[in-house]
Design a protein around this ligand. Structure first.
Ligand code: NAD
Ligand code: UD1
Length: 338
């Protein structure tokens, strides 16, 4: 059993990973500045797991506070979720993204080095592939970042890989997530997007709950089976299990690796709408509108490396993703007939 510090552990993917690590018998310490997550999450996690997780309220760039905090616990490994993640915002404020994501990661790694904590799992993104030549995408596909958010992810991956190559880190895992969706099946934790959702599943949920009248489907003239954009949606619980598998692998082996985390299944926008309607017996009104600038027609993972290396593969399908996303949304919105 390990003691794992989760930066950004109060956020969407971090909170689900906290629940899974705890269930697998690990001790979890959360470090978060609450800039993009609710003050209610720690209590939700306590009710869900029956445990209270120590929380360090700090910004990852604050080396002195983080170093001092790391001394308080016998930390074996860090999972580094804390970051800014909005593509549009990264283009509007590049320095903010370079500072928070890259400088923040350097400061965290300095604090880890000062405390001789030498294993890290990093939240990367399939966005590093940009416009892929083909799908399913293997990890050795070219990286062609198309925006500043994606560039910060690639720089952080390289930074971590270099520290592992030079022996500064003993274990390093870059996990390239495809499109995380859904929520814990208990509906006690989930995703809470601020304002109008950018991403498809949260938007569909808000159409289902009546907050938004209809979904805008961004383009139906792509070179895909039904003309709408194809993505690899992955249930956040599967993603959380992958983090636990990655940490456990790093604790057992001194190694560095980069793997895709996806299902390997391409789902179109209309596939997702129909799966949602079927799973939840709710009608999703939609209108076809022009393409969203910057969108890629289709991408999905080749997930074989993660299975071979970690013995992990995604188990939950699009119906479960739609069901769990909706139950969370409905419960938050006070809708009782779900
Ligand atoms: P999130 O915003 O829900 O969680 C991030 C957490 O980090 C939040 O609790 C926030 O308060 C905290 N945080 C942000 N900046 C911080 C800082 N400087 N110091 C301390 N805490 C800070 O995001 P998420 O969806 O859970 O994503 C987690 C990670 O996964 C991010 O690195 C993100 O880039 C990456 N990722 C997310 C997706 C996705 O679709 N959600 C896809 C690919 C990669
Ligand atoms: C976006 C981000 C990516 C990030 C990912 C997280 C961009 C350009 N990319 O990717 O960096 O890692 O989210 O999951 O922002 N769609 C609609 N209507 C909507 C919303 C989306 O039709 O209201 C379509 C999109 O055109 C796309 C699909 O749904 O075909 C998925 O979109 P989205 O959930 O935003 O994810 P990505 O574009 O893959």
């Amino acid at each position: 059993m390990a003691c794992v510090l989760l930066t950004g552990g109060n956020g969407y993917i971090g909170s689900h990973t906290t629940a899974v690590l705890s269930e697998r018998g690990h001790d979890v310490i959360i470090l978060d500045n609450f800039s993009n997550s609710g003050r209610d999450v720690p209590d939700r996690l306590r009710r869900l797991t029956g445990k209270t997780f120590p929380i360090i309220e700090a910004d990852i760039r604050d080396t002195a506070t983080v170093t001092a905090a790391l001394a308080e616990f016998p930390i074996d490994a860090v999972i580094h979720f804390a970051a800014l993640k909005a593509v549009g915002e990264s283009e509007a404020d590049p320095l903010l993204y370079y500072d928070m994501n890259i400088v923040g990661t350097i400061r965290l790694l300095e604090a880890m080095q000062a405390r001789n904590i030498r294993r890290i799992v990093f939240s990367s993104s399939a966005t590093v592939y940009g416009q892929p030549d083909f799908s399913p995408i293997p990890e050795d596909a070219p990286t062609r970042v198309q925006n500043i958010y994606g560039r910060t992810k690639l720089v952080m991956e390289n930074l971590i890989t270099d520290l592992a190559r030079t022996g500064k880190l003993l274990g390093a895992a870059n996990l390239r997530y495809f499109n995380p969706v859904g929520a814990h099946p208990s509906a006690m934790i989930g995703e809470t997007p601020a304002g109008v959702p950018n991403n498809l599943m949260p938007y569909v949920c808000q159409v289902a709950s009546g907050i938004r009248p209809f979904l805008q489907v961004f383009g139906s003239d792509y070179d895909t089976p039904d003309g709408t954009g194809v993505r690899d949606y992955i249930h956040v619980m599967d993603l959380a299990q992958a983090h636990a598998a990655a940490v456990e692998h790093l604790l057992a082996n001194d190694t560095a690796f980069t793997v895709n985390l996806g299902t390997g299944i391409g789902i179109s926008v209309l596939d997702l709408v129909h799966a949602f309607e079927h799973a939840n017996k709710r009608k999703i009104e939609y209108k076809i509108v022009p393409r969203r600038p910057g969108d890629v027609a289709s991408y999905f993972a080749n997930p074989e490396a993660a299975e071979k290396l970690l013995g992990w593969k995604a188990r939950l399908g699009i119906e479960e993703m739609c069901r769990d996303a909706w139950v969370w949304e409905a419960k938050r919105g006070g809708i009782n007939d779900v």
